[in-house]
Design a protein around this ligand. Structure first.
Ligand code: 87F
Length: 510
């Protein structure tokens, strides 16, 4: 692994050709994004030191490089939670069988994914205990007590938690793993109108997380009856798209639960007329899947490409010693540059190791996706300038030391915006409007993100699923965009030929 203990000697020894060096230090990906996407993804998340494998299938170790990204996303979200007056809490990870049974109707389809603790030491537990796959059943008994007892609505809580879902399909780091991290929000209101309003506010936060932070375009939309969470009145989501595989991916979700759980868990309050009324609830989450989507959308054959707003390190400063030039001055200039940047709030770091060449360091930090590299060589030192190199497009500029902070800030903003623009351009190029079945099938074969007029009938969605079944899964609805394009009178459903009710995105998905 790059930068690992084992390769120090190899690098220091006489390894001259680039090819050989890359082989020894594993700085080069052996798979390419375009020809070998699945392998490329697995390789890039491990070689960049985001994750390490664990000896339990579907579980991964999240290393500082990915946790640093997660932390920055958490910071954004926590600030917004405070603004919305949603309070942080923590509930246990173990759920009783009784509580889980209460929502058995909704859990039916999920039951095979629930992991159970059945023993302690040598003895069987009297009653097995579930590890939370989600926390409704853990939290809602408390909601019932709290709301009825002394607290007025609304009750707005969220927590950061790990959850376990014993996935049976092929695990993929971040995208589908058996244990993952998420933020889960659970709120209760007196009226449906308040709950509806919150769903859209949360959905907007998720859009901002993806578009402003991860630089990934998403569609805000409503799930079909078939694709919604069975326990919800309706489900909304932000949907991203992976051009390389032609698959949609649910980025985050916000449900209006209606009064379903309130009825199951007896979450009621006394209304102004002293009458018992059931609460209206929402639940919403985004998970570490966000990181996987970011890798898939932005990564390239040199490794990760991190958007500046989520990168753990935004600027890497590398000294470029040349023959007998004074190395000490150069190292001091690097440290001073880092200090100046850090003092102004930029996440900068230097790589002053003397047992790696500048070229090796370039590859290493490119693999890790650091948005901006600053090189300082003898000429730069003499001219009181640095050279900055963008990770996203390789562009190089010389920056006078006197303008360092402003220029670097400007470049980081430009990179952030440019990464979004490029990703949006690629995503948009994959969107295909189809009005007939033949067009739909053709677009599906071309890995498109399909926007089609639909009659919104479950039977029709089922039929589309059956008819498109193949080795790589079948087509399904991703969402109906909240911002609906105009649907001219008389438009027909692409699949059934009945009058269309809405525009809906379709495609294969993760
Ligand atoms: C897997 C096993 C057991 C999803 C599961 O989306 C139960 C479930 O209830 C389960 N997989 N779900 C739905 C989760 C709904 C909801 N929970 C709170 C969210 C957002 C956060």
């Amino acid at each position: 692994m790059a930068g690992g203990k084992g390769d120090n000697n190899a690098t220091a020894s006489v390894v001259r050709s680039t090819k050989e060096r890359k082989k020894v230090t594993a700085l080069c990906l052996t798979n390419s994004k375009d020809s070998n996407f699945g392998e490329w993804y697995s390789e890039v998340v491990t070689v960049s030191e985001m994750i390490r494998c664990h000896d339990i299938k579907g579980c991964h170790i999240l290393l500082p490089w990915s946790m640093g990204i997660w932390k920055r996303m958490q910071n954004f979200f926590e600030t917004e939670m405070e603004e919305m007056k949603v309070e942080l809490c923590y509930f246990p990870m173990l759920a009783s069988k009784d509580a889980l049974q209460k929502e058995k109707d909704h859990i039916k389809g999920f039951a095979p994914e629930v992991a159970w603790v059945t023993r302690s030491g040598d003895s069987d537990l009297e009653v097995p205990i579930a590890i939370r796959p989600t926390s409704e059943t853990v939290m809602y008994p408390t909601y019932s007590d709290t709301i009825r007892g002394h607290r007025k609505l609304p009750l707005k809580l969220y927590q950061w938690a790990n959850v376990v879902r014993w996935e049976l399909t092929n695990p993929t780091p971040f995208i589908r793993s058996r244990e993952f991290l998420w933020q889960e929000g659970h709120t209760a209101y007196a009226t449906k109108a308040e709950a509806d309003k919150e769903v859209l506010e949360i959905l907007e936060l998720y859009r901002r997380l993806y578009e402003e932070y991860l630089a990934i375009p998403v569609v805000k939309g409503k799930k079909s009856e078939m694709e919604k969470f069975a326990g919800a009145l309706y489900t909304t989501s932000v949907e991203a798209f992976i051009p390389n595989t032609g698959r949609g991916i649910q980025g985050a979700t916000a449900h209006c639960l209606g009064q379903n759980f309130a009825n199951m868990f007896d979450i009621n309050y006394e209304d102004d007329k002293g009458k018992k009324a059931m609460a209206w609830q929402n639940s919403w989450a985004y998970s570490t899947r966000t990181i996987g989507v970011m890798v898939m959308v932005h990564g390239d054959d040199k490794g990760l490409v991190l958007p500046p707003k989520v990168a753990k390190v935004q600027v890497i400063v590398v000294p470029v010693p040349y023959k007998d030039a004074d190395v000490k001055d150069m190292l001091n200039a690097c440290s001073a540059t880092v200090k100046t940047l850090c003092d102004s709030g930029i996440l900068a770091k230097s790589d002053l190791r003397d047992n790696y060449s500048p070229g090796w360091k370039y590859c290493h930090w490119e693999m890790k996706g650091v948005p901006l590299r600053i090189e300082i060589g003898p000429k730069d030192l003499a001219n009181n300038q640095v050279r900055a190199v963008r990770r996203d497009n390789g562009a190089k500029v010389d920056i006078p030391m006197t303008k360092l902070v402003n220029k670097v800030k400007g470049m980081l903003d430009t990179i952030q915006q440019s990464m979004f623009d490029v990703a949006k351009q690629k995503r948009d190029a994959c969107i295909q409007v189809t009005k007939t079945w033949d067009e739909f099938i053709e677009a599906l074969g071309q890995k498109k993100l399909i926007l089609a007029p639909w009659c919104d009938e479950e039977e029709v969605e089922k039929e589309v699923k059956t008819k498109t079944k193949g080795a790589t899964g079948s087509a399904k609805t991703l969402c109906s965009p909240i911002d609906q394009p105009e649907l001219p009178e008389g438009t027909l459903c692409f699949a059934s030929g009945k009058p269309a009710k809405k525009w809906t995105y379709w495609g294969r998905s993760y």
